[in-house]
Design a protein around this ligand. Structure first.
Ligand code: NAD
Ligand SMILES: N[C@@H](CC=O)C(=O)O
Length: 498
């Protein structure tokens, strides 16, 4: 390892949380082929450390380990698994500041946002520790004489969890806690941009007493690792969070082994502002819904639809609010927006802005001076946009907002639904009838009315159309890792004579 690789551990109260190995069968594992990949701080370009690039046989070894551990984990009572998960939850709380530091260094988001994500991610562990105790089956009135019918819930088996870099902790715990509570061993493949948060979670899982083989983290070349996981018949569930492009690829690759699939994919959220709204209040909410995590959020309000009667006042207030956002290194006090994850993200953001301007949109820039650094991108607003522009059609995953005026509620609904995505949507209005009409008309899995914040452990989170399959969190999230087994007990004496 290079001298710089010690920098990250020097910043931690508990340096053992910084791991530069995969975690398989309870052991910290290097790559057998000797290959490594560097992980950099997107704010500075500094190398934070290295991760091993595992060979295919090592990915299969993780499946072997999970298979060997499966029977023991499944045999525990739900309340015994719950106790272990509660200990994992406590570990996250005890080490929350270190987890936030690791996250900010490798992802770039502000330290406050990272702290918030640690609490958010931990909340899924506590939630599923409780939900695991409530995986009820049912009794079924029999249609046959002398038979008793019913169903029980059983763990689906080994679950592979492939996760993104934008929420490096919560996207893991929302899956892993549900799978573990259901009785499934897990194999997490985190993003190569943010592996150290995932590895710290594994270290804390071990300290909490999650047995060897039940929790594994594999690393390597993403397409190669995912190919092995998808083709592996012993993996019975695949839960993926990431882009629609990769999600579709993984669905194809999993077809041959007919896995249970959960897909949390991309979004292109509309934000509808009714004519009855105060334009300043609505603009402040839209700015918050668009620029959080520098726009690198599947919930980001990309397409802002404002009633024509308040459009101009809304734009003025939006520009003021956008210009108040402080861009900088996430470790610095007062930073609202950190850098984008890498140079390709900056290039994509710039190409979306250029495309819109070239097709006639007006660009409004922040009044703050630009921040030096390759991956920093100042927040911008585009007005006068059309449906032909990339800013309308593509998930930009950057601090780029587009605003379009509309005249009627029907037009707002039609515009909002004009996308292959169907994850999150926002409605701002004080008119209950309008809210109800628009909410029912929106083809999205999540509708947030007069609130920027919509997520949390009790929420059935997920999208429709090409935004995905299944729901995470809430009372349904654990179902992604359970099978229903029907039973028919024949030859039974029956009190009712049936
Ligand atoms: N719906 C949700 O809950 C949700 C949450 C967070 C992010 N997202 C989406 O995730 C995307 C951003 O995250 P990202 O850039 O990490 O997504 P991504 O699809 O590029 O990567 C996600 C994961 O897939 C892996 N991967 C990348 N290329 C692969 C390939 N060719 N074969 C197999 N695996 C591959 C990555 O290493 C990573 O672990 C956005 O589209 C965002 O909307 C969705
Ligand atoms: N903010 C989302 C993740 C999307 O990128 C969430 O809370 O699940």
């Amino acid at each position: 390892m290079t001298a710089l690789s010690t920098t990250l551990s020097d910043r931690l109260q508990d340096p053992r949380l910084f791991r530069q190995y995969a975690y398989i069968n309870g052991k910290w594992t290097h790559g057998e082929g000797g290959r490594e990949e560097a992980v950099t701080d997107p704010a500075t370009g500094e190398v934070l450390g290295h991760i091993p690039v595992l060979e295919d046989a090592q990915i299969t070894a993780a499946v072997d380990a999970a298979e060997a551990a499966a029977a023991g984990w499944r045999a525990l009572r739900a309340d015994e698994r719950s106790e272990i998960l509660q200990k994992w939850y406590a570990q996250l709380h005890e080490h929350s500041e270190d987890l936030a530091t690791i996250m900010t260094l490798e992802q770039g988001k502000s330290l406050d946002d990272s702290r918030g994500e640690v609490q958010y991610g931990a909340s899924f562990i506590r939630w599923f520790a409780e939900e695991g105790k409530r995986t009820y089956g049912e009794t079924i009135p029999s249609h046959m004489p002398n038979a008793a019918l019913g169903s029980i819930k059983e763990p689906v088996g080994i679950a592979a969890l492939i996760t993104p870099w934008n929420f490096p902790l919560a996207m893991i715990t929302r899956k892993a806690a549900a799978a573990l509570a259901a009785g499934c061993p897990v194999i997490n493949k985190p993003s190569n941009e943010t592996p150290f948060t995932a590895l710290a979670l594994a270290e804390l899982a071990e300290r909490a007493g999650i047995p060897a083989g039940v929790y594994n983290v594999v690393l390597g070349e993403p397409a190669a690792v995912s190919k092995v996981l998808c083709a592996e018949p012993r993996i019975r569930a695949l839960s993926f969070t990431g882009s629609t492009r990769v999600g579709e690829l993984l669905m194809e690759q999993s077809a041959g082994t007919v896995k249970k699939l959960s897909m949390e994919l991309g979004g292109n959220a509309p934000f509808i502002v009714g004519p009855d709204m105060d334009p300043t209040e609505a603009a402040q909410a839209a700015v918050a819904a668009k620029y959080q995590t520098s726009g690198q959020d599947c919930l980001a309000a990309n397409r802002i639809l404002v009633h024509e009667s308040i459009h101009d006042a809304f734009i003025e207030a939006f520009k003021d609010s956008m210009s108040a956002l402080k861009v900088g290194n996430g470790l610095e006090d007062g930073t609202d927006l950190g850098p984008l994850i890498h140079d390709k993200a900056v290039e994509k953001a710039q190409s979306i802005v250029d495309d819109a301007v070239q097709k006639g949109a007006t660009l409004h820039e922040s009044t703050q001076p630009p921040v030096a650094g390759d991956n920093f991108f100042m927040p911008v607003l585009l007005t006068g946009i059309t449906r032909e522009m990339k800013v309308w059609r593509e998930e930009n995953f950057a601090p780029v907002a587009g605003v379009l005026p509309y005249a009627t509620d029907e037009e707002a609904i039609e515009l909002a639904n004009d996308t292959e995505y169907g994850l999150a949507s926002y409605v701002y209005s004080n008119d209950m009838r309008r809210i109800w009409k628009i909410m029912r008309g929106l083809e999205f899995g999540l509708v947030s009315v007069n609130s920027v914040k919509m997520t949390g452990a009790p929420v059935p989170f997920g999208g429709v159309k090409e935004s995905g399959l299944g729901r995470e969190g809430g009372s349904t999230g654990i179902e992604e890792y359970l099978e229903t087994k029907f039973f028919c007990l024949g030859g039974m004496p029956s009190a009712s004579g049936s």
